[in-house]
Design a protein around this ligand. Structure first.
Ligand code: CTP
Length: 264
């Protein structure tokens, strides 16, 4: 209706945010755009408007999350247990704080947060390409993804035989190290999962990949690591070591972004 269209334009001219109607079967039996959005969608809009101080407004944040899949042949692949929870929580927290967020995600079962630009990828090479494409115009990069360090050297149909067999693997590109080597203004934050010598190994990674901070978690601590809703993390920089208690991944996401902002 033109009157409705005019009213919407007036609201927009006053700077009001307009939540688009959902699509589906309407009360009048027409199918199309005109339904009340799901309460969860409205709730997300409200959260984005009022739940957080917009201390990341104007910042472009790039988050990677989840596992990568490296094809062995057209039906099989190598992957890991990453669920993407930590990365999705960081992307959501950054979005709620006003950042312009891009989420480069390997295959994950979860719905990505709303109001975030999502770039789905499969392999480490795909992730490398998606990330390097965004890097130049990004202010903060947070690499939570569990990127495969190796991929099968050849992708061809594996036929079973009586004997044992082995699959030749070749190194994937180290995405973070590439970003570190060409860093200009970006704040680079990596993740490190360790079972021993967590601090020492994490510090080596900071130096090797030219990082500003690394989030370390010890896989041997209860409540940390893959799949859980909680994490136990230590934030490490050249001049900092901040050990945080057991907390939800959502809370951990907030602490990570607080610390990055403090240090930028
Ligand atoms: N990473 C990356 N590109 C890769 C592999 C890892 O960007 N090909 C990133 C991860 O997203 C993570 C950090 O580098 O932020 C982890 O560093 P890595 O050296 O791979 O450490 P781990 O895999 O944790 O440990 P290890 O060296 O023992 O394999």
């Amino acid at each position: 209706n033109p009157i409705l269209q005019d009213n919407l334009k007036v609201l927009a001219s006053y700077g009001k945010e307009i939540i688009e109607p959902a699509s589906g079967m309407l009360a009048c039996r027409d199918v199309g755009k005109g339904k009340m959005p799901e309460p969860e969608v409205l709730f997300q809009h409200i959260l984005r408007a009022i739940a957080f101080e917009k201390d990341l407004a104007g910042k472009k944040v790039l988050v990677t999350a989840g596992p990568t899949q490296e094809a062995i042949d057209p039906v099989r692949y190598i992957t890991n247990h990453s669920t993407g929870k930590m990365g999705y929580a960081i992307a959501e927290n950054a979005m709620l704080r006003g950042a312009d967020v891009t989420l480069v995600t390997g295959p994950c079962a979860m719905e990505p947060p709303m109001f975030v630009k999502v770039k789905p990828v499969i392999s480490a090479q795909d992730m490398y390409e998606a990330v390097t494409e965004e890097y130049e115009q990004t202010d903060i990069v947070i690499m939570t993804a569990a990127v495969a360090d190796y991929r099968p050297a050849q992708v061809s149909k594996v036929k079973k035989k009586e004997d044992d067999m082995s699959i030749p693997l070749t190194r994937t590109k180290d995405i973070l190290a590439t970003l570190g080597a060409s860093k200009t203004h970006q704040f680079l934050c990596g993740f490190s999962m360790e079972t021993q010598n967590m601090l020492e190994n994490s510090r080596t990674k900071i130096a090797k990949k030219n990082l500003d901070m690394i989030v370390a978690n010890n896989l041997k601590v209860a409540g940390a690591g893959f799949g859980t809703d909680t994490n136990v993390i230590t934030l490490i920089a050249n001049d900092m070591e901040k050990e945080l208690p057991l907390m939800s991944k959502k809370e951990a996401a907030g602490c990570i972004l607080d610390t990055i902002l403090e240090r930028m």
